[in-house]
Design a protein. Structure first.
Lengths: 232, 186
């Protein structure tokens, strides 16, 4: 695996090629905060979900409505680990995405592509004892935005992860292999080049279900698990 | 033994021999149908002893409200989930109902002043911003707090909430003259 120092993994605070960043990126240097007990703990899945828990169909975005959504059915799965390679078990994973036409059911999405009454594009699940997760969905479409002339976002699925500590909280995006839109996307390209492949899922024939759905694997690595939790 | 020049600069050296972290990406503009929960802003119940509302507005570098941010709070205790989540409204406002946390030890002993940890996500932000909320009625504890001591004195006030009718106010300025202090978790 490529060795990358942490400062070279995440995008920088300031990245003006992404136009919305210009007036929102802090101008001052961040203050280094060695994590204390506050930052080394985090909400458990049980605390986050309360009595509701995760519903039996929350991980299957194709079965949340009376009919089946249009588009290419996919399986998205992977393992969540920390930088020491330890699985992150029983941890909440949230996803959201556009439909197969590249449209979100969101009031601010003006892309003239059809909504799908059978697809909301929102899912969640808990990782298992080995940190594994699995979703069933529809391959999202690319969509235009106004960042620059003829700008299109590559197809992507948003991921939100909690890990076990506040320090491990992560929101990111998963992309699909070989997308021709990678080269002009300032959001993906804000990630230093050596770390970009980590955001691109891999086609997975072994998990592809014959006559039913293609599978993509997206493994996720969160920051270090705080020492006090390692034996827990 | 390697000389300093043979060891390379910090920028060239891998920090550790483990796995590479998955890079952060923006939350984007289209999350408000996906992430908020109906009771997300309720860290504690309304009848919890000492329950209060933390309310604030998020502003960009031009002084305009940020209507598509997600604010998350985290604290250790009291009983309850310790976690709050609230999207900003069209005026950039958020509100979280909570109570003061349990006392938390400092990095070198002692006790930290009462504080909440906040995460700020928004369209345009490629990484999460992290800050802390302190409370104005704990001035002595704030003066002795080891984390506030890391912040240049004139900027500390950006981390101290103001008293309001039903709790505390804490505006977040992403950029500019009033910019809030943000932390890098080292």
């Amino acid at each position: 695996m490529t060795q990358v120092v942490p400062d070279q993994v995440h995008p920088p605070l300031s990245w003006p090629a992404y136009r919305s960043n210009v007036l929102r990126a802090p101008g001052r240097k961040l203050v280094g905060l060695p994590p204390t007990l506050t930052e080394n703990r985090g909400p458990t899945a049980a605390a986050l979900l309360g009595d509701h828990g995760v519903g039996p169909l929350d991980h299957d975005l194709t079965r949340q409505h009376p009919g089946e959504p249009l588009g290419e059915r996919i399986i998205v799965h992977g393992q969540v680990r920390d930088t020491d390679g330890r699985p992150v078990p029983h941890s909440l994973v949230e996803i959201w995405q556009a439909n197969s036409a590249g449209r979100y059911p969101h009031h601010a999405d003006r892309h003239p592509a059809p909504l799908d009454p059978n697809f909301t594009g929102v899912g969640r699940c808990l990782t298992d004892a080995q940190g594994r997760y699995r979703f069933i969905s529809i391959k999202p479409g690319a969509y235009p935005w106004r960042n620059h002339d003829n700008a299109w976002r590559p197809a992507h699925i948003h991921f939100s992860l909690f890990g076990r500590a506040f320090t491990q909280r992560l929101i990111t995006q998963m992309y699909f292999p070989g997308d021709p839109l990678f080269g002009q996307d300032p959001i993906l390209n804000a990630v230093p080049e050596p770390a970009r492949p980590a955001l691109i899922s891999q086609f997975d024939l072994s998990e592809t279900v014959p006559e039913w759905a293609l599978a993509y694997r997206f493994d996720i690595v969160l920051g270090k698990t705080p020492f006090e939790d390692q034996e827990a | 033994m390697a000389t300093p020049s043979e060891m390379g600069t910090a920028a060239e050296r891998p920090a550790r021999a483990g796995l590479v972290m998955t890079p952060s990406q923006t939350i984007g503009p289209f999350f408000s149908h996906a992430l908020p929960w109906p009771d997300g802003p309720h860290v504690v119940d309304a009848d919890h002893p000492g329950a209060f509302w933390l309310r604030g507005q998020v502003f960009d570098g031009a002084g305009d409200p940020v209507p598509d941010a997600l604010i998350e709070s985290w604290q250790v205790g009291p009983a309850g989930r310790g976690f709050g989540r609230c999207p900003t409204d069209p005026q950039g406002r958020y509100a979280i109902r909570t109570a003061l946390p349990d006392p938390v030890p400092g990095p070198r002993g002692g006790t930290q002043a009462p504080h909440l940890a906040l995460s700020i996500f928004a369209r345009g932000l490629l990484v999460r911003l992290v800050t802390r909320v302190y409370f104005p009625d704990h001035a002595d504890a704030n003066a002795a707090d080891p984390v506030l001591a890391l912040v240049d004195e004139p900027l500390r006030e950006t981390l101290v909430a103001t008293r309001t009718d039903d709790g505390y106010g804490f505006d977040i300025w992403l950029q500019g003259e009033h910019e809030t202090v943000f932390f890098a978790l080292a």
